[in-house]
Design a protein around this ligand. Structure first.
Ligand code: AMP
Length: 613
């Protein structure tokens, strides 16, 4: 079958040909025609099967049939991860290259203004992750009331990542009459519930059940102790002539550590996980795609949906607890029918996971016994009370504790000079032993001003700073400290990352909980003084940082302004009440000890549609 036979229009056929697509993939063969005719589609397919084109091509064709006034959003593609959202929008751009349709992508973890600017210009097709979509819709920038085609992508993943409530909230914003294209790699009961409520007489298309990569990928497992895994990895990267590989780790801490250790061993590597900023993740990904980085060390959630062509190897540095994840992972190297190599490391504690994986894929993963670091520890790690523990989780928790301790110590250190009294000028020898009165008289006599400081040579830059503070007065210094600093400078009062410019991904909730710059609330005299400073700071912050907000308010329709104000008041009120209850609000960051959602046991019981379903 050809794309032409599927009924696609010339501009799309031209774009597909330019991309080198010679013939439709199975999901495209099955889904494009019904979608073109306006039918709802239930697609059981995972990323890598060509499903983006299966929904994007019909959407582009249907939308180019008419151009309603006002350029409303006519198609929404809801997808769980930022990377996937970006890739989908890029695909729309590529497939729609010869059509006058506009698309935009919105996702969290980056500033909203560029996204808002795009929305204001009008877009036909919007690709979005649920959190940012609801955020911008709540602010009045997204109107979905004229939507014609809705795509829910990776529905099972939405569920897995805890986005299901957000998805339901988005569904309520959509018009009742619309075409829905629904894709999920697995169809657990919760997904089927969504399907039942959303789709009308859908055409069911299913391709390659999830276990298909198992057939084409060269798999092997090495039994190796946890402490020797990085050595073995470096050794294999050289020995197996690895061109480019994704290395999967269990924790974000693990990803950082493995990447750093590989770098030390002279292998270019970058870590990619949920605590990295979107910019850092994109940079790592583009360096990897450009061949500047050989190993991308990733947690499952970060690697989900990454479209990397010709990935030569996948390494499972840690075996996943959820066996399906193993298939997802190794599938990265077997895209679009290409074979690849998947190498897994298994320490003693991970043996049960290996057993589960082999059960799921229905075959033994070939064991490589001849390697320089054979397993020597035949005992699962236990905690102090003798209970079995996961050593990687324990290590990540310990690292998180150390980081917290370091931050607290640094914060204490930082606060010290401000709280200490001004450094007294050294007493000249002739003053020693004289009463203060006599000293004053003596200075007056000799023409010295009492306020004149005696120069002090600071022992260190910090000491010099503290001396300066002493001279200018604690109060003045405090006011300066509480003033907003340039975005690149971290607030000196808290050793916490600035949520707006740091190497940290924050969702909307975390942003609300992020600390306002300024000292922790205190009681008593100090508190009163600081309250004033803090008020000055808030005012200043509002003035300085509120330019975007101002613009936004100006752009909003008059009736929206009232709503926006209520929202802001509500946020401010929430912030205050937190401050009252527990001192300075904590930045809610996912610590290294917490797991990515895909690293937690899945609630999903896989159920695969067969083509006859
Ligand atoms: P997807 O499942 O949509 O993420 O697609 C996986 C990869 O397959 C992407 O790199 C697409 O560009 C590529 N692809 C999709 N359809 C085709 C096709 N018909 N022929 C060749 N490559 C394709």
């Amino acid at each position: 079958m050809t794309f032409q036979e599927l009924g696609l229009m010339e501009p799309i056929l031209k774009a597909l040909a330019e991309l080198g697509y010679e013939k439709p993939s199975p999901i495209q063969e099955k889904a494009i025609s019904p979608a073109l005719s306006g039918r709802d589609v239930l697609g059981c397919a995972q990323t890598g099967t060509g499903k983006t084109c299966a929904f994007a091509a019909p959407i582009l064709q249907r939308l180019s049939a008419g151009h309603p006034a006002g350029r409303p959003i006519r198609s929404l593609i809801l997808t769980p991860t930022r990377e996937l959202a970006l890739q989908i929008q890029e695909s729309f751009e590529a497939y729609g290259k010869h059509l006058p349709l506009r698309s935009a992508v919105i996702f969290g973890g980056v500033g909203q203004q560029p996204q808002v600017d795009k929305l204001k210009k009008g877009v036909d097709i919007l690709v979005a992750t649920p959190g940012r979509l609801l955020d911008l819709q709540g602010q009045g920038y997204v109107d979905l009331s004229r939507l014609e085609i809705f795509v829910l992508d990776e529905a099972d993943r939405m569920l897995d990542m805890g986005f299901i409530h957000d998805v339901r909230r988005v569904l309520k914003l959509l018009p009742a009459v619309k075409q829905t294209l629904f894709f999920s790699a697995t169809m657990p009961p919760e997904v089927m519930e969504l399907v039942d409520g959303l789709l009308h007489d859908p055409v069911k298309v299913a391709v390659d059940p999830i276990s298909s990569p198992v057939e084409v990928i060269d798999q092997s497992v090495y039994l190796v102790d946890k402490g020797n895994k990085t050595r073995l990895l470096s050794y294999l990267v050289e020995k197996l002539n690895v061109k480019n590989a994704i290395v999967f780790t269990r924790t974000k801490h693990g990803a950082n550590k493995v990447a750093a250790d590989l770098q030390k061993a002279g292998i270019t590597a970058a870590a990619i996980h949920g605590n990295k900023s979107q910019t850092a993740r994109q940079q790592a990904l583009s360096d990897f795609k450009a061949g500047k980085v050989k190993c991308l060390v990733a947690t499952d959630i970060a690697a989900r949906g990454l479209d990397i062509e010709e990935l030569s190897h996948v390494f499972n540095y840690n075996l996943p607890e959820v066996s399906e994840t193993y298939v997802h992972r190794i599938g990265r190297t077997g895209r679009a029918g290409h074979g690849g190599t998947a190498v897994s490391f298994c320490d003693f504690g991970e043996k049960p996971y290996l057993k589960d994986i082999e059960k799921l894929i229905g075959r033994k993963v070939p064991l490589v016994e001849d390697h320089p670091w054979p397993m020597e520890i035949f005992e699962a790690p236990k905690d102090a009370k003798g209970r079995p523990v996961n050593a990687d989780d324990a290590e990540a928790r310990q690292a998180a504790r150390e980081r917290r301790r370091e931050r607290a110590a640094a914060a204490r250190e930082e606060r010290k000079p401000r709280q200490s009294p001004p450094v007294p000028a050294p007493v000249p020898p002739e003053d020693a032993g004289q009463s203060p009165k006599k000293k004053r008289r003596r200075r007056k006599d000799s023409g010295e001003s009492g306020a004149q400081p005696v120069p002090i040579q600071p022992a260190s830059p910090a000491a010099g700073e503290s001396a300066k503070k002493g001279r200018r007065g604690v109060r003045q210094q405090h006011l300066e400290d509480t003033m907003p600093t340039a975005p690149s400078q971290p607030s000196s009062d808290f050793y916490k990352p600035n949520p707006l410019d740091g190497d940290v991904i924050l969702d909307a909730t975390a942003r609300l909980l992020a600390p306002r710059k300024g000292p922790a609330p205190e009681h008593g005299q100090g508190a009163k003084r600081k309250k004033h400073a803090s008020a000055t700071q808030s005012e200043h912050t509002r003035r300085e940082q509120g330019r975007h907000g101002q613009e936004k308010r100006e752009q909003k329709a008059p009736e929206k302004q009232g709503e926006g104000k209520k929202r802001e008041d509500h946020k401010r009120e929430r912030g205050r009440s937190r401050g009252r209850r527990g001192g300075a609000p904590e930045v809610v960051l996912r610590s290294g000890s917490q797991k990515d959602s895909t690293e937690q046991p899945s609630l999903i019981k896989p159920y695969y549609l067969t083509p006859d379903d």
